[in-house]
Design a protein around this ligand. Structure first.
Ligand code: HEC
Ligand code: HEC
Length: 369
């Protein structure tokens, strides 16, 4: 009997010791685990901070000439990256969520015959609509540069299926050789693997630096309006018109041959207006700011009262001057402007009809300045 109790006590004792040491080990493991995570997190955030710093330096030396020191882009040169559009911030989202909820409720209460609530909801909807319109009005400076508040995400607009990180990294790595057709200089390829000068870790640093511009929900309309250039969306002719493609004028066609080609078409100023302000050619993207390019206002007045008086244009008609300015921008540089900024590729992208339309539109710009 006594012996029996002794054995049991020993057994209890051992179970107790075992349990206690097990718990102690668990606590220790947990403690190490928690600390290790905190240590790793601190390490990672330090690592990221250093990467962003290195990225900032690279950006200053390699990218700011085109994208601006503050990353807001440069008109006619390169789009802003420090830009709510890249991060997909939707300034209208909050209002739109409320409108959707109210519309849903409206359908319900209308079915229930609750006309009082319907009237209330309609008043609320009207207020929200006014607020929405007012937000869009505040965004006008950005809208004038091609920003679309109703479709405010670069990645969505491009149908990009992967992450923003990959979008930025791969653009820096391979550049956008095709953007040559719609920018005066294309986005260069930077990866050593693609003939550039940057190592993979430097591409990563630059990507981290650009991603660090995101402000989440804190983007302001003021910041949006400080973007100097938004992305340009070239229209792919194949997707626009299913009919037979008109042959382009050709960038190297002589001005004499161009004038012959133009005789077969009649220009439509309204269509020219749309082409001029549309995204396919992006004319107004540059000709909106007199510092960058001559303003569209008064173009025809200037042609008649200034350009044609230049001996270089003896025997030219105004139409000829315009056609040459568009297809061969290098032939003459408007006084006070940088040569070589206006793209020389319009001839390869524009049909005679489109050229005639744009010239007809520019001829309507005859108001005296
Ligand atoms: C010679 C001028 C030039 C330089 C220098 C340049 N870029 Fe660009 N970059 C462009 C142009 C033009 C585009 C627009 C291309 C397009 O629309 O397809 C662009 C596009 C981009 C984009 C994609 C933006 C978008 O909305 O599609 C990123 C990201 C970018 N550049 C990062 C950089 C970084 C980082 C550097 C420096 C390593 C750099 N760029 C240097 C001209 C330049
Ligand atoms: C990347 C900026 C840029 C784009 C895009 C651009 N231009 Fe220009 N354009 C200029 C600059 C800068 C000048 C003045 C220097 C010169 O004459 O080359 C100019 C000059 C002109 C002139 C001569 C104006 C004058 O007063 O003599 C005409 C006409 C013109 N552009 C039409 C167009 C049309 C039409 C398009 C679109 C199909 C277009 N531009 C797109 C930058 C641009």
């Amino acid at each position: 009997m006594k012996l029996n109790r002794l054995i049991f006590e020993r057994l209890d004792h051992r179970i107790l010791v075992g349990t206690v040491s097990f718990l102690a080990i668990m606590v220790l493991v947990g403690w190490i685990w928690i600390n290790e995570n905190a240590r790793m997190a601190a390490f990672e955030s330090q690592y990221l901070a250093r990467s962003i710093e290195r990225g900032a330096e690279l950006f200053g030396s390699s990218c700011s000439t085109c994208h601006g020191i503050d990353g807001r882009g440069a008109l006619g040169v390169a789009p802003g990256l420090n830009n709510p559009d890249i991060f997909g911030h939707n300034f209208l989202a909050e209002i739109d969520t409320q409108v959707d909820a109210l519309n849903l409720e409206r359908t319900e209460v209308e079915a229930q015959g609750n006309t009082d609530r319907v009237t209330e909801i309609d008043a609320e909807l009207a207020t929200l609509q006014t607020q929405r319109d007012s937000l869009i009005t505040q965004m006008q400076p950005a809208v004038a540069l091609g920003y679309n508040p109703e479709s405010p995400s670069r990645l969505v607009n491009l149908g990009w299926g992967s992450t923003l990180h990959n979008f930025i990294y791969s653009t820096i790595s391979s550049g956008r050789p095709v953007s040559e057709s719609y920018w005066s200089q294309p986005m260069p390829a930077w990866a050593q693997a693609n003939g550039g000068s940057l190592r993979p870790d430097q591409l990563e640093d630059l990507t981290n630096f650009i991603l660090n511009w995101d402000q989440g929900d804190d983007w302001t309309i003021e910041e949006l309006n400080s973007v100097r250039q938004f992305a340009i969306y070239p229209i792919n002719p194949a997707t626009v018109s299913a009919g037979p493609q008109e042959p382009p004028v050709g960038a190297t066609t002589t001005i004499a041959d161009i004038m012959v080609g133009l005789q077969d078409v009649t220009g439509d100023p309204q269509s020219g207006d749309q082409l001029y302000h549309g995204v396919a050619f992006g004319c107004s993207g540059c000709h909106i700011n007199a510092v960058v390019a001559p303003l569209v206002d008064g173009t025809w007045t200037r042609v008649e009262t200034e350009r044609l008086l230049d001996p270089q244009f003896a025997g030219y008609t105004g139409e000829q001057y315009l056609a040459e300015s568009i297809i061969h921008p290098g032939a003459f540089t408007a006084p006070g402007y940088a040569p070589g900024l206006m793209p020389t590729t319009f001839g390869d992208r524009m049909s005679y009809q489109q050229l005639a339309d744009i010239v007809a539109y520019l001829k309507t710009q005859d108001q005296v300045e």
